[in-house]
Design a protein around this ligand. Structure first.
Ligand code: CA
Length: 321
């Protein structure tokens, strides 16, 4: 009943028949990563299951949603879980799924068990499937990145939040990090590193880097400060140097974190994030939302305006291609 009342309240505020934000209201979702494949936009998200009033994350698995029109979302439920990674202990943290040559590689950050490969802390793994909804299996049977492989930060969760980008020359890169931003080249098989790891500190960087390319310019978009804003840098090279360009998003309602995911779909650019503003929501019970992202003529990004209506529904005539 609460959900219905809340939806009606939003409809009343905005004078619309349906609210598209958040994309799900029956579960709590976080850390969105969009993927466009075959006329659909998929949102790969984390799953907050912490009880009301809890002050730690409880995240057992990852969920997938999809849409064709940016207004109506289909829930595909959990598609990957902590238990799919034998070397992992807990915490289905931020993740990113990307397609290459018809295979889907879902990079996840998770707390490693203490074993021969790692003493623990957050590591990065990768699961692979033949279609975006899976079934996915651990591609390596071990971590791709362990906490020990980066040492520029001393805390055990500095290897959170993978984001993978394949450049126009087919070179794949993975960016990630908390406290510092790290990047490494990936081999074309997408499950092996292809060179050394570089760590650097974009201005105000906290975590959650995301790479986006537009008109030959690379955008490094990330969560900054705490409570988190979303800020960004640009560069003519994905390997930097990066120029700081400003704030895209202020802290989101009722959440200490937010998390960027940017993608082009049917001629527009969309920005995914999360807030904690659902009834009984909060920093550990978050909700994924999406807005249209707009650019200025000089390539700078306009500040995101949070809405409860979400992006405009894509017209039927544009849904076929
Ligand atoms: Ca580390």
């Amino acid at each position: 009943m609460k959900k219905i009342v809340f939806s009606l309240m939003l409809c009343g505020l905005f004078g619309v028949a349906k609210s598209a934000n958040p994309i799900a209201t029956d579960v709590f979702t976080a850390d969105p990563a969009p993927l466009v494949y075959k006329n659909r936009l998929y949102a790969f998200v984390g799953h907050d299951t912490a009880h009301v009033g809890a002050n730690t994350y409880q995240m057992p698995d990852w969920l997938v949603y999809s849409t064709k029109d940016m207004a109506t979302w289909t829930s595909h439920g959990p598609r990957l879980a902590v238990t799919d990674f034998k070397w992992a202990a807990k915490a289905a943290n931020a993740a990113h799924c990307i397609e290459r040559n018809g295979k889907f590689y879902w990079y996840i950050s998770i707390i490693h068990r203490s074993d021969a490969n790692s003493k623990g802390g957050v590591g990065i793994g990768v699961a692979v499937a033949d279609n975006p909804l899976g079934p996915y299996k651990d591609a390596l049977g071990k971590a791709l990145i362990t906490n020990e492989m980066t040492t520029d930060q001393t805390h055990s969760w500095d290897d959170l939040d993978p984001a993978v980008f394949i450049d126009d020359n087919n070179q794949a890169y993975m960016f990630w990090g908390n406290g510092s931003c790290k990047w490494v080249k990936l081999k074309s098989n997408m499950i092996e590193l292809d060179g050394p790891i570089t760590a650097f500190k974009p201005k105000n960087f906290t975590e959650a880097p995301w790479i986006y390319k537009r008109k030959g310019l690379y955008y490094l978009i990330y969560a900054a400060n705490f409570p988190e804003t979303i800020e960004y840098c640009t560069s003519t090279s994905i390997e930097g140097p990066w120029t700081y360009r400003g704030v895209i998003q202020d802290p989101t309602p009722n959440s200490t974190t937010t998390h960027p995911g940017v993608v082009d779909f049917k001629g527009k650019t969309y920005f995914f994030y999360h807030h904690g503003a659902l009834p009984t929501g909060g920093s550990y019970r978050r909700a994924v939302c999406v807005e249209t992202l707009n650019f200025n003529a000089d390539g700078s990004i306009q500040k995101v305006v949070l809405t409860q209506t979400g992006p405009k529904r894509i017209k039927k005539k544009f849904l076929l291609f």
